[in-house]
Write a protein of this length. Structure first.
Length: 224
């Protein structure tokens, strides 16, 4: 009956090894997924958060340059080169448009989309008034300029601050997500280590079992 017992033991061992193989394959799949998620998260932090945040700072700087350039021109138009100031403002506007297009190509949360749309609307209105003051410098008073352009400039600055705040908030969420994914990958690594230990124990058990199933006379012959 030892042969029947041997078959039963081998069947159990085979099922155990099959379960171990399936577990290893599953853990490898999860581990690859974790690493893919980590790469995507890191890429998103860089492409969708760090770069746009730097561009927002650049956009704010450009808006200040635009305002200073126009105000300098309006103080004494006769001493300024109209074509030059017009060219400078057009270049600044082109830079702002490029920043907006690049920003729109990134992943945006709902709150971010709302703030960006408000920023775009404010910039369009600001540029329209800017053109009017540039081409009608004699008919538009300085106090009117401040009343119209001042609130718009502050609104644009507020939108940029809001977008920067959202960048920071979403960036923290991505970092927390990456840490969670890393913890999952660490658990998978520990599971694989445990599986290796189990395999070693199973192999050791098989060696002991196979030795006990060998007839004693063959064991003695082997010892001789």
């Amino acid at each position: 009956m030892k042969w029947l017992y041997s078959i039963q033991q081998k069947s159990k061992t085979a099922l155990l090894l099959l379960a171990i193989v399936v577990t290893i394959m599953g853990s490898n799949f999860l581990e690859k997924k974790y690493f893919t998620d980590i790469n995507e998260s890191v890429s998103s932090i860089y492409n969708d958060r760090l770069i746009p945040a730097a561009e927002l700072f650049h956009a704010n700087d450009i808006m200040y340059r635009k305002r200073l350039a126009l105000e300098k021109y309006l103080i004494n138009p006769a001493s300024q080169d109209f074509r030059l100031i017009k060219k400078q403002l057009a270049a600044h506007n082109s830079q702002i448009d490029s920043i907006i297009l690049a920003y729109e190509s990134t992943y945006l949360v709902d709150e971010e989309s709302t703030s960006l749309n408000h920023f775009k609307a404010s910039v369009r209105q600001y540029n329209k008034l800017e053109t009017e003051y540039l081409t009608n410098k004699e008919s538009l008073a300085a106090d009117t300029y401040e009343k119209e352009m001042g609130p718009l400039f502050l609104a644009i600055h507020k939108d940029l601050v809001q977008l920067s705040s959202i960048q920071t908030s979403v960036g923290k969420e991505l970092m927390n997500g990456s840490q969670h994914i890393s913890s999952g990958a660490y658990m998978i690594s520990n599971l694989q280590t445990a599986i290796v230990v189990v395999i070693m124990l199973v192999v050791y058990g098989l060696l002991l079992t196979s030795r006990t199933l060998i007839p004693k006379k063959f064991q003695k012959f082997h010892l001789n």
